[in-house]
Design a protein around this ligand. Structure first.
Ligand code: DC
Length: 209
């Protein structure tokens, strides 16, 4: 199953979404943005006034919902797209994403997506190459300088805030963002999108499975 997965990890602003979408388009494969899944659970919980710091409450909730990703993001059919990228959600999601049961529930849905997809899939996140699909056909770690990543966030998230999120993602106990030893690392700081996409497609063409 994982023969048809391209797994892409990296910190915020490393270019993951843009690049993953472009690779999926070039191959006519599905694209799976796992960050949106953590955001979707967070927004649906905010709307229900759940205690986002309570692991048990959030674990029960994450296990009870089905997430659908498309033009809109749905949680049990409820459209949560509008609040997906608010400042509040940026803050809350880094709490929710530390919780083991929430992560297990999301990983389960991510693997299900791969087994039911009619084509290959390009999956991006923080633990895709290490935990979700460690045997993916192609494993990529994208990175870029802090300055560049903050700039890409449109200036609405300063370097301090991006650095804080890096720290939270890389130092959490469960599934921290790390560079898999067998992942192909690409520093996107001074590279065009097309150039990075080309490099990933070359990795796919050279992959043995
Ligand atoms: O990629 P993003 O900014 O949309 O991710 C939102 C949050 O979810 C971020 O705090 C990292 C976390 N995340 C994660 O822990 N594991 C993933 N596979 C994807 C995202």
């Amino acid at each position: 199953m994982s023969r048809t997965v391209i797994a892409i990890d990296g910190p915020a602003g490393s270019g993951k979404s843009t690049v993953a979408k472009a690779v999926a388009k070039a191959l006519s494969w599905h694209y799976l943005d796992t960050g949106s899944m953590y955001r979707a659970v967070t927004v649906a919980a905010q709307r229900r006034n759940l205690n986002l710091n309570d692991e048990e409450v959030m674990g029960d909730f994450a296990e009870s919902v089905t997430i659908e990703l498309g033009n809109s993001v749905l949680v049990n059919g409820e459209d949560v797209t509008e609040e997906l990228r608010t400042e509040q959600t940026n803050r809350d999601v880094s709490i929710v994403a530390t919780m083991a049961r929430v992560r297990h529930a999301m990983v389960h849905q991510q693997r299900l997506f791969a087994t039911t997809a009619a084509t290959g899939i390009v999956v991006e996140g923080r633990d895709i190459t290490t935990v979700v699909f460690p045997d993916a056909r192609v494993k990529i770690y994208l990175t870029a300088s802090l300055e560049e990543r903050s700039r890409r966030r449109g200036g609405d998230e300063g370097e301090d805030s991006v650095a804080r999120r890096d720290h939270a993602d890389m130092s959490r106990e469960v599934s921290p963002l790390t560079q898999a030893s067998d992942a192909h690392t690409i520093d996107t700081t001074d590279r065009s999108i097309a150039d990075v996409v080309e490099e990933i497609l070359t990795c796919l063409a050279n992959s043995s499975n």
